[in-house]
Design a protein around this ligand. Sequence first.
Ligand code: HAM
Length: 409
Amino acid sequence: MAIIKVQKGTKDILPSEMPVWHFMEEKANEVFSKYGAKEIRTPIFEATELFARGVGDTTDIVNKEMYTFEKSERSLTLRPENTAGVVRAFIENGMHRLSAPVKLWYKGPMFRYERPQAGRQRQFHQVGVEVFGIKQPSADAEVILMAVNYLKALGLNDLSVELNSLGCPECRENFKTKLKAVIKQYLNELCPDCQSRYEKNPLRLLDCKVEECKAIYAKPEIQEVIQSDFICEDCANHFNELKSYLNTLGIKYEINKLLVRGLDYYNRTVFEIKSNNLGSQNAVCGGGRYDSLVKNLGGEDIPAIGFAMGMERLASLIGNKEEIKTKAFVVSNNMEEALKLTEELRQKGYSCEFDLTNKKFVKQLEKASKVAKYALILGEDELKAGEVTVKNLDTSEQKTVKREEIELI
Ligand code: HAM
């Protein structure tokens, strides 16, 4: 019979990889809790409209990459990201009534129908943070700090923070008009995606990866517009204050005027954290401010900012972590006693196993040395005396102790 394989762009996370995943998850809880963030878990599928309205219907994510299906005449979508879902939950659960800031963190699988390659999957995992209720740039600084400190806690160093301000809808409109005007004469030479972006979402022209388009955008008259300080005074003040906080905190960053992000909800601050040790998919973290999203999804007028990180990319940077061995393996040919002793050990809080097939004593000992730190030997003599021989499988030291007095370190 033909075997059924895992779907393209998806992966099993095997037991040998779990120590790294547990490490990432435990550190997330530990680090984000220090900043007062609470974990939230939202459903993996939502109404398609949430993403169309939330992420934006001119984005690649909504146009090309969503896993959408119908059930009972409802259009549902596997979440391609979690900001929209967390905002929905924030509104639906009246969290605006909690005292601001409301800080939420999450982890879990996301789904995007993308062309799979190293670092890019169709089902991948994100860990992220969303902070609601603060319009001041202090929140931007704290959110970036949370991201940087989480990455530090994972032991990751060779990273760079890129920062940009997209301004507010008003100043951005001016910029879009200027950008379109200067690009207009090259419109026919742009790739089909850029031709449609030109009308629908001109900011996204800036992060096109097609070489011909990049060459056009590198022309001096276009660069002049891109590099110009188009943002209004309020947005500029916000950005300058943020930069000053980051300087105070000693967080190094680079300004990247081409950083526009692939989701429509952003305004003012956007940022990405990139690794110098990954290939072309080198962004480990992306985030920014989205002050209109809560309102656009039917909530109050509440500002917010957050980020998400790709956990597969983090895992590949962290490398392997040793699998934790079972603490003890009971070696005995008396099945009933072995079963009893194993359970006694578990009740005491140790992980413990025994041979369910009652193999020969030597075979059991071999198995113990592969999977456990200690062998607990229960032979005829030990059984009679109510004792157990505890063998440290790393050092081969052994001693015989009373059954109730077993202590393993
Ligand atoms: P994003 O930039 O689309 O932002 O994704 C964040 C991170 O998820 C990326 O930097 C990358 O590490 C990882 N990622 C994205 N797509 C894939 C993929 N196909 N395979 C593997 N990893 C991937 C967002 O999702 C926003 N919701 C972030 C945010 C939160 N903004 C504000 N709050």
